[in-house]
Design a protein around this ligand. Structure first.
Ligand SMILES: *[C@@H]1O[C@H](CO)[C@@H](O)[C@H](O)[C@H]1NC(C)=O
Ligand SMILES: *[C@@H]1O[C@H](CO)[C@@H](O)[C@H](O)[C@H]1NC(C)=O
Ligand SMILES: *[C@@H]1O[C@H](CO)[C@@H](O)[C@H](O)[C@H]1NC(C)=O
Ligand SMILES: *[C@@H]1O[C@H](CO)[C@@H](O)[C@H](O)[C@H]1NC(C)=O
Ligand SMILES: *[C@@H]1O[C@H](CO)[C@@H](O)[C@H](O)[C@H]1NC(C)=O
Ligand SMILES: *[C@@H]1O[C@H](CO)[C@@H](O)[C@H](O)[C@H]1NC(C)=O
Ligand SMILES: *[C@@H]1O[C@H](CO)[C@@H](O)[C@H](O)[C@H]1NC(C)=O
Length: 176
């Protein structure tokens, strides 16, 4: 019994770590990946990037690559402000700072649309308390829509609570 509980607790610890640590991985282009003739502005505008999220580029190695440049480099498809380069074909890049990152492909393919700018936002203040007094439906709904997209915290916490509840019941019944 003791070892069973230990295993269960270890599993729980792993699971909760995975859930809590879960930064979003933004796969550039989604299923289209990192390829020419895709408008990555449309892709980027459709995502919300937060500090500590990842951006990942998936592409055919030896054909394409990834360079981080500055805005001048992005606008002109040059290596201006070069800050990094990746070429593994499956590159995970941590978005560590709240700023706009600019990535382009070398080999002239930047001119074929292989460029992407992502604006990384600071993490929203943890669990913003509901505005106390002025809770007319109009102002509260506007506040809700103006705030950045919610992080997966509530869902993660609910899942975590459910897991603990199940484990608790399991341990309890094992004890009986
Ligand atoms: C990509 O889409 C954006 C937003 O609609 C647009 O402003 C931009 O001109 C497009 N870029 C290209 C290269 O078509
Ligand atoms: C934007 O996101 C929605 C919902 O995830 C998705 O259905 C749509 O295809 C996306 N559009 C683009 C251009 O990626
Ligand atoms: C690069 O683009 C910027 C706009 O972001 C422009 O002001 C600048 O003149 C361009 N530089 C070159 C060398 O083309
Ligand atoms: C980008 O870097 C180049 C070279 O270091 C520099 O001349 C340029 O001013 C930078 N552009 C921006 C927008 O910071
Ligand atoms: C690519 O990055 C590595 C370090 O990660 C650096 O040594 C190398 O010079 C860079 N290459 C180019 C072309 O910038
Ligand atoms: C992001 O932070 C990690 C850990 O602090 C560091 O290893 C990595 O080099 C940083 N990446 C960039 C692109 O600054
Ligand atoms: C609540 O609304 C009143 C006016 O209706 C305004 O003076 C006050 O600053 C508001 N308070 C908050 C916390 O928004």
């Amino acid at each position: 019994m003791a070892s069973g509980e230990l295993i269960r607790l270890r599993f729980l610890l792993l699971l909760s770590t995975a859930i809590v640590a879960g930064a979003t991985d933004h796969i550039v282009g989604g299923h289209l990946g990192w390829n020419p003739n895709i408008n990555y502005t449309l892709w980027s505008n459709n995502q919300t990037f937060y500090v500590h999220d990842l951006i990942s580029f998936r592409y055919q190695k030896n054909m394409y690559n990834v360079f981080e440049v500055n805005k001048t480099g992005y606008d002109n498809c040059t290596m201006d402000g070069l800050a990094g380069n990746w070429s593994s074909g499956k590159d995970f890049i941590p978005l560590n700072q709240s700023k706009t990152y600019y990535f382009i492909c070398g080999n002239g393919l930047c001119f074929s649309g292989m460029k992407v700018a992502v604006r990384v936002l600071r993490l929203p203040a943890s669990a913003a308390p509901p505005t106390a007094s002025n809770s007319s439906s109009k102002s509260s709904s506007r506040a809700a829509s103006a705030s950045p997209a919610p992080r997966p915290w509530p869902a993660a916490l609910v899942a975590l609570a459910a897991v603990f509840a199940v484990a608790w019941i399991g341990i309890g019944s094992a004890g009986i």
